[in-house]
Ligand binder design. Structure first.
Ligand code: GUN
Ligand code: ZN
Length: 455
C-alpha cells in the first residue's frame, strides 16, 4: 500500500489539471446582476474571490476560501491582485473595416463613399475575407471582447469567413451579410431577391451552429429600397429568433436624407418600424437624433441601442443621450463601431463614453440634469448591458454560477502610469474608473472563452 500511495497521488493531481476538471481562479471578482443606474445593489464585488469553472461553465463564484473548500481538488490559477470580469460584449462593429480604421477627415456620408465602400469591395474574395477575419477575431480576443455583433459586407463569403473563425474559437458571436440595393457603388449592390436568398442560405447554415447566431443586416435605410426592407422583414418572420442589426439616426445629414427618401414615413425610425424591423431582437447602432416619439417607439418595441462613442466623436456625429435611454427603459450596450470607431478596446470605448457625457453637460441647457457616466454604469454597459441588448443574458454577461465561462483577467498594474494612479485609489469605483480611463489591450492579461485561455 505504501508503494502505491505516491502513484495514486500523482494520478489524482494529473486528473485535477485536465481541462474538464474544476479550475479555480483566484482574483477580485467584478460583475453586475442588474443595471447600477436603477439598482444600487447591482454590483457584485468580491475582493478575495474565487471563480470555479468546469466543462466551460461557471460552477461557483464567491469568496476564495469558500471556493477552495467546495472544490478541494480544483486546479488553482493565481491571479490575486488582479480583476476577473465577464468578457466584454461589443454590440456593434464592422469586421471588414478593420484595415481602414483611422481614415482622416470625413463625416459619415463622405466617409462611406471615400473609404468604406472601396474597402468593402475586397471582400468579394473569400481568401481576402479569411485573412482579415482571422486578424479581426484575434484583435477582439486580445482586447477581452468575447462576444460581438458584427457587420460583414454584402458578400455572403465575408460572413462565411467570419463565422468560420469565430467557430474555431467557440465564440458566442452574431453576424450577418449586409443588405444594400441602392445608393452605393454597383460593385457592392445586391437585389431584394438575392439579399433574401443569400441571407436565408447563411441562416440555414450558421444560425445556432456552435455558439453562433445570425443577424439580418440592412446597412441603413438609405441603401435599401422599400422592397428590400420588406424582404428583410420576411426573413425575420420566417426565422423569428434571428436578430436584426442596422444603423439609425447617426448624423444630421443622414436623418434629412432618410426623410427625403421616405417622405410618407413619420421619421427615420418609423421607416424601420413600418417594415416590421423593430423588436426585442433588433439592435440599432447610434440612435443619436431620436425624437421623443421615437424614444417611445424604441421603448414600446423593446428594441436595443449600441452606443458607439469613439465613432460618434471621430466622425463628428453627435453626443448620444445614455441617460435618456435609462429614463425610457431602452436597452443599451457599447459598440466600438470599428472602423468609424477608433479602437477595438472596450476600455477605451468606456473612456470616450464618459467624455461624451461630459460634453453633453457642457452643451446642455440644464447642465445640472446631465450626470457624467459612472465607472459602474460603463462596466455594466460593456458586460451585462450588452448581453441584454443581444438577448444573451441567460448565457453571458456576468459571473453568476450557471453562466458560460467567458471571462477576462484585467491587470491594474499594466502600465507604469496606471500603477502610479492605482496606488492612490481606495474604492472599487475609483479603481474601475482608472482601468477604463487608462486601460487598453495591455490591461487584458488573459481572455477565456468557454474556460479556454486564448492568449
Ligand atoms: N451607416 C451606414 N453604414 C455605416 C458604416 O459602415 N459605419 C457607420 N458608422 N455608419 C454607417
Ligand atoms: Zn456601424
Amino acid at each position: 500500500m505504501k508503494r502505491i500511495l505516491p502513484f495514486l497521488f500523482i494520478l489524482i493531481r494529473s486528473c485535477s489539471s485536465l481541462p474538464d476538471s474544476p479550475q479555480l481562479y483566484h482574483a477580485s471578482l467584478v460583475y453586475f446582476t442588474d443595471n447600477p443606474s436603477t439598482n444600487p445593489d447591482a454590483l457584485k464585488y468580491i475582493e478575495d474571490g474565487g471563480l470555479v469553472i468546469d466543462s466551460g461553465k461557471i460552477v461557483f463564484s464567491g469568496v476564495y476560501h469558500d471556493a477552495k473548500n467546495a472544490f478541494p481538488n480544483a486546479r488553482i490559477h493565481d491571479y490575486s491582485g488582479k480583476f476577473i470580469l465577464p468578457g466584454f460584449i461589443d454590440t456593434h462593429i464592422h469586421y471588414p473595416q478593420t484595415e481602414m480604421i483611422a481614415s482622416y477627415g470625413e463625416q459619415l456620408l463622405e466617409w462611406l463613399n471615400s473609404y468604406t465602400f472601396p474597402t468593402e469591395k475586397h471582400f468579394a474574395s473569400k481568401s481576402y475575407a479569411d485573412s482579415i477575419a482571422a486578424f479581426f477575431v484575434d484583435e477582439l480576443l486580445k482586447n477581452g471582447t468575447t462576444t460581438a455583433l458584427v457587420f460583414g459586407t454584402v458578400h455572403s463569403s465575408s460572413v462565411e469567413a467570419l463565422f468560420e473563425q469565430a467557430e474555431s474559437h467557440h465564440m458566442r458571436l452574431i453576424a450577418g451579410k449586409v443588405l444594400m440595393d441602392r445608393n452605393a457603388p454597383d460593385y457592392l449592390l445586391d437585389t431584394p431577391e438575392s439579399a433574401y436568398e443569400e441571407s436565408k442560405t447563411l441562416i440555414e447554415r450558421w444560425h445556432h451552429k456552435d455558439r453562433l447566431s445570425y443577424a439580418v443586416t440592412p446597412r441603413f435605410a438609405p441603401t435599401s429600397t422599400p422592397e428590400q426592407l420588406g424582404k428583410a422583414a420576411q426573413l425575420l418572420q420566417e426565422y423569428p429568433d434571428v436578430f436584426m442589426h442596422t444603423h439609425l439616426s447617426e448624423n444630421k445629414g443622414e436623418v434629412e436624407w432618410v426623410k427625403s427618401l421616405f417622405p410618407n414615413n413619420k421619421g427615420y425610425l418609423d421607416v424601420y418600424n413600418h417594415f416590421g424591423l423593430t423588436g426585442s431582437r433588433s439592435i440599432f447602432a447610434h440612435s443619436i437624433y431620436l425624437t421623443e416619439q421615437e424614444w417611445d417607439v424604441m421603448s414600446s418595441t423593446e428594441s436595443g441601442i449600441a452606443f458607439c462613442p469613439t465613432s460618434n466623436l471621430f466622425l463628428g456625429s453627435g453626443l448620444f443621450d445614455v441617460q435618456k435611454a435609462t429614463q425610457k427603459n431602452v436597452k443599451v450596450g457599447l459598440g466600438t463601431d470599428v472602423g468609424g470607431g477608433t479602437s477595438f478596446s472596450m476600455l477605451q470605448t468606456m473612456n470616450e463614453a464618459y467624455k461624451v457625457t461630459q460634453l453633453r453637460k457642457a452643451f446642455a441647457v440644464n447642465p445640472s440634469e446631465e450626470k457624467p457616466l459612472s465607472a459602474l454604469q460603463a462596466f455594466y454597459l460593456a458586460t451585462l448591458g450588452g448581453a441584454k441588448v443581444l438577448n444573451q443574458e441567460a448565457f453571458i454577461g456576468s459571473l453568476e454560477a450557471g453562466k458560460e465561462a467567458d471571462f477576462i483577467v484585467l491587470n491594474p498594474h499594466s502600465t507604469d502610469l496606471m500603477n502610479l494612479r492605482m496606488s492612490k485609489t481606495k474604492t472599487i469605483e475609483e479603481k474601475l474608473f482608472v482601468l477604463m480611463m487608462l486601460g487598453d489591450d495591455r490591461t487584458v492579461e488573459q481572455t477565456y472563452v468557454l474556460g479556454d485561455a486564448q492568449k
